[in-house]
Write a protein that binds this ligand. Structure first.
Ligand SMILES: [Zn+2]
Ligand SMILES: [Zn+2]
Length: 328
C-alpha cells in the first residue's frame, strides 16, 4: 500500500518526542507534541493546522511559542488539542506577550480541551490581543476528537500522574490505483489522480473530472474511473504514545484506538533494569514499549523519548524494544 501520510520523528529517539505528519497529497500537516522543534523548517511549521499535545510537561509543549512566532501572520487558524487544563496553559502563554500591534492580524488559536465525555473549545484571536473568547462544550461518545474526509484523530486520556493523551491518526479507508491500470486505459498520471481520490473519500462519486489521457484531456465520470482503476483497502493508521505508566488500564485504553497501527511511535524511556523507577515516574521501559507494540500488533515501531542518561546507548534500548516486540 502506498501510504497516504508520511510521518517523521523530528528529533530522533533521544530528544524531545515530536512527530510531524503530512499527507502525500495535500498541504495541511499535523504535529504530535511540540517540545524542541528546531528540526522543522519554517515551511513545515507553516503547514501545521492541528497540534496535538499529549500533556504540558516542558519537553512536550515548549515549542508552542516557536510555532506561534512562525505562523503569526497566517490566515488559517491553529487548532491545539490537549488534556484537561490545556486552555489555561495556552492562554497563559499567549498572555505573556504584548499584542498592541496585531489588531489587523487574521490568526486565531482554537484550543480543544479533551476531557472524559466532552471537548471544550475556546477561540483566541490576534485581533483581540488573544483574549479568551467564549467556550463551547460538545459531548463526545467515542474517542474521535477531529475528523475530516481524509482522516480522523482519536485521543484517550491516560495516567502519567497527570492526564496525558495518547493519539491515533487513521484513514477511514485507503484508495489505491491498481498497478498498470493507468497505462492500460491510456491515462497519464497527474494531479487528477489526487482529485479522484478526494472525490471518493468525500463520497462525491456522481461527478466527472478532467483526466489526462494519451489523446488529450477528457471528462470522465468518477464511477467509471473507480471501476477501471481503484482498489480500496484498510486505511493507514499512525499511533503516538508517550509518558505513561505501564498499567493494564493505560494499555487497554490505548489499544481501543491504536490496535493494528501501521506505525507506532512509542516512548522507551528506560532500560527495563529501571522498571521500578519507570513505574514511579510514569514512563515506559523499552521492554514494556515492545510488549505493548506486540499486543497492539503494530506493523512498524519507532522508539522515542529515550532518557538522556542513555544518550550514548540508544542502540541498547532499541534492541530491548525490538526483542520484546518480535517475541525473541
Ligand atoms: Zn511527562
Ligand atoms: Zn516527556
Amino acid at each position: 500500500m502506498r501510504p497516504a501520510f508520511l510521518a517523521r520523528l523530528i528529533n530522533g529517539p533521544a530528544f524531545d518526542p515530536c512527530v510531524f505528519v503530512r499527507p502525500c497529497h495535500g498541504r495541511e500537516a499535523v504535529l504530535f507534541d511540540c517540545g524542541r522543534i528546531s528540526g522543522l523548517s519554517n515551511r513545515e511549521i507553516l503547514s501545521v493546522r492541528r497540534l496535538f499535545v499529549s500533556h504540558a510537561h516542558m519537553d512536550h509543549f515548549m515549542g508552542f511559542d516557536h510555532v506561534l512566532r512562525t505562523i503569526l501572520h497566517r490566515r488559517d487558524p491553529l487548532h491545539v488539542y490537549g488534556p484537561e487544563g490545556m486552555t489555561g496553559r495556552v492562554l497563559a502563554k499567549l498572555a505573556s506577550y504584548t499584542w498592541n500591534l496585531t489588531g489587523d492580524y487574521p490568526l486565531e488559536v482554537v484550543v480543544h480541551e479533551v476531557a472524559e465525555g466532552h471537548v471544550a473549545t475556546c477561540r483566541a484571536a490576534a485581533a483581540d490581543g488573544f483574549a479568551q473568547g467564549p467556550a463551547v462544550r460538545a459531548g463526545r461518545t467515542g474517542a474521535t476528537v477531529y475528523s475530516c474526509p481524509r482522516y480522523r484523530v482519536d485521543a484517550v486520556a491516560l495516567d502519567h500522574d497527570v492526564p496525558c493523551l495518547g493519539f491515533a491518526l487513521a484513514e477511514p479507508f485507503h484508495v489505491g490505483i491498481r498497478a498498470g491500470a493507468l497505462q492500460g486505459f491510456g491515462y497519464r498520471s497527474g494531479p487528477w489522480v489526487g482529485l479522484l481520490k478526494e472525490r471518493i473519500m468525500t463520497g462525491c462519486t456522481d461527478t466527472a473530472i478532467a483526466v489526462d489521457t494519451v489523446s488529450g484531456v477528457c471528462e470522465i465520470g468518477v464511477e467509471r474511473l473507480i471501476e477501471e482503476l481503484v482498489v480500496v483497502s484498510d486505511g493507514q493508521k499512525i499511533a503516538y504514545l508517550t509518558d505513561i505508566r505501564a498499567s493494564r488500564e493505560n494499555i487497554a485504553r490505548f489499544a481501543e484506538i491504536a490496535r493494528h497501527a501501521d506505525t507506532l511511535f512509542i516512548e522507551a524511556y528506560y532500560l527495563h533494569e529501571r522498571a521500578g523507577e519507570a513505574f514511579d515516574k510514569g514512563h515506559l521501559t523499552a521492554l514494556q514499549a515492545g510488549l505493548i507494540a506486540r499486543e497492539l500488533q503494530a506493523r512498524t515501531v519507532i522508539p522515542m523519548h529515550v532518557s538522556p542518561r542513555y544518550q550514548d546507548r540508544v542502540k541498547l534500548l532499541e534492541r530491548e524494544l525490538l526483542e520484546a516486540w518480535k517475541g525473541l
